[in-house]
Design a protein around this ligand. Sequence first.
Ligand code: PLP
Length: 376
Amino acid sequence: MRIYFDNAATTPLDPLVLEAMLPHLEHNFGNPSSIHSHGREARSAVENARKTVARLLKCSPSEIFFTSGATEADNMALIGAVFSIGIQHIITSSIEHHAVLHTAQWLDKKGFAKVHYVQLDGNGHVDFDSLESLLKELPKALVSLMHGNNEVGNLTDIQQVSKICRQYGALFHSDTVQTIGHYPIDLQVLDIDFLVASAHKFHGPKGVGFIYINGKSKIESIIHGGTQERNMRGGTENVAGIIGLAKAFELAYEKMDEKKSHILSVKRRMIETLQASIADLLFNGDCLSESQSLDHVLSVATPIHESNDMLLFNMDIEKISISGGSACTSGATAASHVLEALNVNPDRGVIRFSFSKYTTFEEIDKVVSVLARLYI
Ligand code: PLP
């Protein structure tokens, strides 16, 4: 059996999600825009899915828009804020996902908005004083800061960021891809303009996600075509995907605390056994802090050693799927903008272990023993 420790890249589909999706791939194949009964059935399934998502996030269904995933949703938020609301400055961090960073940089390059970067502390956390100094200087700003970092796991206190944004009249967008479905998010408490999710990060299907757009922050579509998603996204809906997303989201909230505590205990076991088995191994970002890092992500910098060259490849031969700094296709640990920003020594290897509700203690022990053999 292969061991899969790359759940920050994607998670396996929950069998119950597949079961919920199948009828919408087989018999209920109608187009939600059609007015006949096949179409109406599909429309009602999509609207029920929207209600499920809204109920769990405690917002209005009219604030949820289904997309092809988080990349599109991040693009929608940033481009929409600039083009529809007149945002002139985007304040973000150097360790955001490329879905945010490259969109912000594109807007800057084209002269539509200016990008500014907040300072980070030694562990890679946002320096709130630096955020405030930027906000004092920059009117018409959108702050885009992720909730959980996908590479090193750092958590940002988005409640605090929201308060600061509101104090200075700035809009706030957060890439919540790594926390939606893992942490409870209550939009009655969190005052935010845009947040985004991707179903495949919480045991749903790939190619479907959503954006929450606060009813007070109206933006226009960036995808033009039909009137789907209340004119916010032209194109026939991915009905089975949307049903799968809602089912996965519902399942994610069932026994969420129990699952969180299981994932945290496997992470603890991994930290303890790694520390006991491999000398001179470092933890990246703030992985060792339980309150300030994601339960499911553990990023390590291996000792400077010849094994680093073929690390992911050798682990793959041992039937262990892990990733380097970010999902990469070459099998080698490629330099990542996040690790560079955090000054991780490039001579070390980097492994990102990421866990799920399915991860077992036996798997942890097996992975650590295989790794320890490489670093003797
Ligand atoms: N944002 C974060 C933090 C992610 O981890 C990912 C996926 O890796 C994305 C955005 C993009 O998600 P998708 O590829 O599903 O569009």
